[in-house]
Design a protein around this ligand. Structure first.
Ligand SMILES: Nc1ncnc2c1ncn2[C@@H]1O[C@H](COP(=O)(O)OP(=O)(O)OP(=O)(O)O)[C@@H](O)[C@H]1O
Length: 366
């Protein structure tokens, strides 16, 4: 089920696109909010990039409607070519002009779009590009190139930022470094973003609205936390199934351990070194994977586990391979735990049982 009917089509983004290529066909109808980050998530080959490219006007054969508020990029009567659609596109590889300096790369799109000096300075500052400005683009690392590509898209004054797996060419550490910049863009750019990924981590951190795509069709579309936490969707059966909680930073110690206020109670999590310095009150998201949650009938204080939440079992579902997924209510917040069938028998786990959910702080990254 989707929430598409609940979205205000007068002010939102409307997409109806059909595209056939060999055995693959894309057929989607979506209403997206005209602000925040809409993430398109799905397995390899499901058509995420094709959808983004069709929106950007890069798939000339794609038919249908692309309308951003009252701006029509494409409908049954006319079709703007890609260069007239004001979408700032960032792909997996930055595609900078390699022989030009970073500053000249930024100026390239900025000049054509009639951007102000303040806009250029704003994104140089927010994406921390000042030390790189004189470097030739070809000499930058992959992560630096993507930061420049993001800034270049932003200073071209797009109406919509279209990001096609911008982190997927980077290793885990580089991805963790760039995610906070994407969060800053989400917070400060004031333009809607369409973000294509197959990373649950990126969905959890960035998505306001989430679209699940499978074999060229939309299987779910709605508020991100609702879709992420729905038990009937394939996300709940993945090895890395979990829930995402909205949290607020309270206090952070000098080792990076951070206390979070969440609907499930006070939690401790780790912030990687690059992010040490979350100010109290900063809104954050924390993802708790089912396999990182263990269950105890009593509140043990003699373990290294820092997170102990009172919870009630609401449902048990057997999984392939002798595991059981357990749904918990912790202060009104859904949590998932994954335990072995033997533990279910030994502890007589059943709906209605009150117990303790234990979560290692080092398993939670914010
Ligand atoms: N240039 C092309 N010519 C023919 N078929 C293509 C071409 N590009 C993509 N396809 C096919 O179209 C389908 C959708 O591809 P697309 O790249 O949109 O998927 P995706 O969800 O973005 O995948 P990934 O996560 O691996 O990037 C796939 O079956 C793919 O093999």
């Amino acid at each position: 089920m989707s929430d598409e009917r609940q979205t205000d089509t007068g002010t939102g983004i409307e997409i109806e696109l059909q595209h056939r290529r060999g055995n693959f066909s894309l057929d989607v109808a979506l209403h997206l909010p005209a602000d925040g980050v809409s993430v398109v998530f799905g397995p390899s080959g499901c058509g995420k990039s094709t959808l983004l490219r069709a929106i950007a006007g890069l798939e000339p054969e794609a038919r249908g409607i692309v309308r951003l508020r009252d701006e029509v990029w494409q409908d049954e009567h006319h079709r703007l070519p890609a260069h007239q659609r004001r979408g700032g596109v960032v792909f997996q590889h930055a595609a900078l002009l390699p022989h030009l300096s970073v500053l000249d790369n930024l100026r390239y799109g900025w000049r054509r779009a009639g951007g102000t000096a303040a806009l250029l300075e704003e994104w140089i500052d927010k994406l921390e590009l000042a030390p790189l400005l004189a470097r030739r683009a070809a000499t930058l690392s992959g992560g630096e190139q993507q930061r420049v590509a993001l800034a270049r898209a932003l200073v071209s004054r797009p109406q919509w930022l279209l990001l096609d797996e911008p982190l997927s060419a980077l290793d885990g550490a580089r991805r963790a470094e760039i995610l906070p910049y994407l969060e800053a863009i989400k917070r400060d750019a004031g333009i809607p973003m369409l973000y294509v990924t197959h990373s649950v981590e990126e969905v959890a951190r960035l998505a306001d609205h989430l679209v699940l795509l499978d074999a060229g069709r939309v299987t779910a579309s709605g508020a991100a936390l609702d879709v992420l936490n729905r038990p009937d969707l394939p996300l709940a059966l993945r090895e890395d199934a979990g829930v995402v909680l909205e949290a607020r930073a309270c206090h952070q110690d000098e080792h990076g351990l951070i206390e979070l206020d969440t609907p499930a109670g006070r939690l401790h999590a780790h912030a990687p070194a690059a992010r040490v310095g979350h100010r109290p009150g900063t809104p954050l998201r924390v993802r708790i994977q089912a396999r990182d949650v263990s269950l105890a009938l009593q509140a043990h204080t003699d373990t290294s586990l820092l997170n102990l939440l009172p919870a009630t079992i609401t449902a048990l579902s057997p999984l392939p391979g002798g595991q059981v997924q357990i749904r918990l209510d912790a202060g009104g917040q859904l949590l998932l735990a994954r335990v072995s069938h033997r533990s279910v028998e030994r502890l007589d786990l059943r709906p209605g049982l009150q117990l303790w959910a234990q979560i290692k702080a080092v398993a939670l990254l914010v």
